[in-house]
Design a binder for this molecule. Structure first.
Ligand code: SF4
Length: 510
C-alpha cells in the first residue's frame, strides 16, 4: 500500500541521519507528561506512523465510550490504565542507567498524538471529539504522576502556566486557613479515590497531615479560578486564591485543552500541503473513517465453538447472548423462512464467528428456508448452497470472510422493505426500538432515555454498549471491565464469557 523505499526529498532528513539525533532526543522528552507543544522532528517508518496511531486510537475509543456513558473520571481511569500499560506505557525516568526504553515510550506517545492531530483536525466535530478525549487522557496521566513529577511538570511549563508555588514558611503560617477552606474537597476526593477500600477513613489530624506533607499549593489571582472561588474550595487572601495539588489538574487541563484547540486549527490549515504526499493521505483517511474502526478480531476459538450447532443457535441458551442486530435478523429468518442477500451475509458471517461450522451452517440455512412449504430442498441447493459455502471460503475466490464489525454494518445500504440487515439502533423506528428494549427487560425510564439519547446523537455503538451494560448489570458488578462494543461478535463473546465466569464461581460446568 505504501512506498517502502527510502525517498530523498528536499528539506527532509532521511533515516540514515536519525541515529545521531535520536541519541540526544532525551532533551525533547524531559517529562513523561506533555503539552505536545513542539512538533516532532525525527523520521519514523510508515508502519510506526500507522501502528502507533492505532494504539492511541484504541485508548481514545475507550475514553469516548466511557464519556458518552457519563462515567466519572475515577471509573474511566480504572478502564484506561490497563490499556495505557499495554498500548502506551510511560514509565518515569530512571535515576541512573540507560533510558533508551523511556525515550522509545515517549517518542511513541508524542508521535501518535501528532498523527491523530492530522487525522482528527479536519472537521469541527472530529476536533471536538479529539479535544475532549485527549484532555481526559491528559487528566488521567497527570493523576498517575508522583507528586514530585507533578511539581517538575509545572516548573517545566512555568512560562505557559505562570504558577507561583507558596513557600513552606507561608504554608505553615496559613495552615489552619488552608485546611478550613480546601480540607473538605480534598477529603471528598481522597474518599472517592479510595472507594475500593472499605476501611478507608480520615481523621481531622490525618487530613491535616496529608495537606501538610502531600499537597503543594499555588497562588493565583482569584479571578483566574472563578469556579473554585464560587464553590468555596480555596482559601482567599489579598486577592490571591490558594489552590492545592488535588485541584490543580483542572487548571492544567484547561491550559492543555486551549493549546490543543489552537494547534488543531493550525494543523487543519496546513493539511492541503499534505496532499502532495501520496503515502500519508490514504492512511489518514483510513484512520479517520470511524472512531470505532478498530476491528474486534478473536474468531476461531475452538473452545467457544463446541456447543454451537444448527439446532442450538435458535435456543435461548445461545441466542440470549446475541446483540440486537443478530437477534433481529435471526428472528426474522425464523418467522419468514427467508432472508435477503445482505441479511444472509450479515447473519451468516456472525454465526460463523460464534463457531458455527460449514456443515452445521448448511443444516441451519436449509432447515430455515425449507421448513415452510415455500421452498424445497432442490431449490435451496440450486439457489443458496453455493452462497453458504462461499461465506466459508469454499467457493469462488476462496476468501475466508470475517464477520462484519459495526462500522461495516453501518456503512451498508439501509434495509428496505422486507430486509432486516443493518443496526437496529439506527434502522428501527424509535417506538419499535423502545418496545424491543422492553422485551429485552429494559423497563427503567432513565435507562431507556439514555439509549434514546445515544440513538438521537447517532452514537449507535454507544447505545449498544449501554444496553450490554444494563442487561449484564449483575455480572459486571464490581468488575470494572467496561469495554466498548464495536463488533456483534464481541458482544456475543463477552456475554458468554461473563456467564462462564459466573458458572465457574458457583462451581457449575456450563
Ligand atoms: Fe449490532 Fe453493532 Fe448495532 Fe450493536 S451497534 S446492534 S453490535 S451493529
Amino acid at each position: 500500500m505504501f512506498r517502502q523505499t527510502k525517498r530523498r526529498t528536499a528539506g527532509r532528513r532521511n533515516f540514515e541521519e536519525v541515529s545521531t539525533f535520536a541519541e540526544s532526543s532525551k532533551a525533547v522528552y524531559p517529562s513523561r507528561l506533555s503539552f505536545y507543544d513542539l512538533p516532532p522532528l525525527e523520521e519514523i517508518t510508515l508502519e510506526e506512523f500507522e501502528s502507533w496511531a492505532i494504539d492511541r486510537l484504541k485508548i481514545l475509543i475507550e475514553i469516548e465510550s466511557c464519556l458518552a456513558r457519563s462515567k466519572p473520571l475515577k471509573d474511566i481511569e480504572t478502564v484506561v490504565k490497563p490499556l495505557l500499560l499495554k498500548f502506551l506505557p510511560l514509565n518515569p525516568s530512571p535515576s541512573s542507567g540507560s533510558d533508551a526504553q523511556i525515550i522509545a515510550e515517549r517518542k511513541k506517545d508524542y508521535y501518535s498524538h501528532y498523527t491523530l492531530r492530522l487525522v482528527f483536525c479536519r472537521t469541527e466535530e472530529l476536533r471536538k471529539k479529539f479535544l475532549k478525549n485527549e484532555t481526559t487522557l491528559f487528566k488521567i496521566r497527570y493523576n498517575m504522576l508522583q507528586p514530585k513529577e507533578q511539581l517538575e511538570f509545572a516548573k517545566l511549563y512555568s512560562d505557559k502556566l505562570m504558577w507561583e508555588y507558596i513557600s513552606n514558611e507561608e504554608k505553615i503560617e496559613i495552615m489552619d486557613s488552608l485546611v478550613a477552606a480546601s480540607g473538605p474537597v480534598i477529603r471528598t476526593i481522597l474518599s472517592i479515590e479510595n472507594s475500593g477500600d472499605a476501611n478507608f477513613s480520615l481523621t481531622s489530624e490525618q487530613l491535616r497531615q496529608h495537606i501538610r506533607h502531600k499537597e503543594s499549593f499555588i497562588k493565583l489571582p482569584f479571578e483566574k479560578v472563578p469556579n473554585l472561588v464560587s464553590l468555596r474550595q480555596v482559601f482567599l487572601r489579598r486577592g490571591y486564591a490558594y489552590i492545592p495539588s488535588t485541584l490543580q489538574v483542572n487548571l492544567l487541563s484547561v491550559v492543555f485543552s486551549e493549546l490543543l484547540s489552537q494547534a488543531l486549527l493550525r494543523t487543519f490549515q496546513a493539511i492541503p500541503r499534505l496532499e502532495e504526499d501520496d503515502r500519508l493521505l490514504p492512511l489518514l483517511n483510513n484512520l479517520s473513517r470511524n472512531f470505532a474502526s478498530i476491528q474486534y478480531d478473536s474468531f476461531g476459538d475452538p473452545e467457544k465453538a463446541s456447543d454451537i450447532t444448527a439446532s442450538s443457535v435458535t435456543t435461548p441458551q445461545i441466542s440470549k447472548h446475541y446483540p440486537l442486530c443478530a437477534s433481529h435478523l435471526q428472528n426474522s429468518l425464523v418467522a419468514n423462512s427467508h432472508l435477503k442477500y445482505n441479511g444472509r451475509q450479515q447473519l451468516g458471517l456472525f454465526l460463523k464467528g460464534i463457531g458455527l461450522n460449514v456443515d452445521e451452517a448448511m443444516k441451519f440455512w436449509s432447515f430455515q428456508f425449507t421448513k415452510s412449504s415455500k421452498m424445497n430442498m432442490d431449490s435451496f441447493n440450486k439457489e443458496y448452497k453455493y452462497n453458504v459455502r462461499h461465506t466459508y471460503g469454499l467457493e469462488g475466490g476462496r476468501i475466508n470472510y470475517k464477520p462484519w464489525d459495526c462500522a461495516t454494518i453501518l456503512l451498508k445500504p439501509k434495509p428496505q422493505k422486507g430486509e432486516y440487515h443493518g443496526c437496529p439502533y439506527r434502522d428501527l423506528p424509535l417506538e419499535l426500538l423502545v418496545d424491543t428494549l422492553g422485551q429485552m427487560g429494559i423497563q427503567d425510564q432513565h435507562d431507556i432515555n439514555g439509549i434514546v439519547e445515544d440513538v438521537n446523537k447517532n452514537d449507535y455503538t454507544v447505545a449498544c454498549t449501554r444496553v450490554f451494560e444494563i442487561t449484564h448489570k449483575q455480572q459486571l458488578q464490581g468488575k470494572n471491565e467496561n469495554l466498548h462494543i464495536n463488533h456483534p461478535n464481541l458482544y456475543f463473546d463477552r456475554s458468554r464469557q461473563l456467564e462462564r465466569n459466573d458458572a465457574k464461581a458457583v462451581g457449575v460446568a456450563k
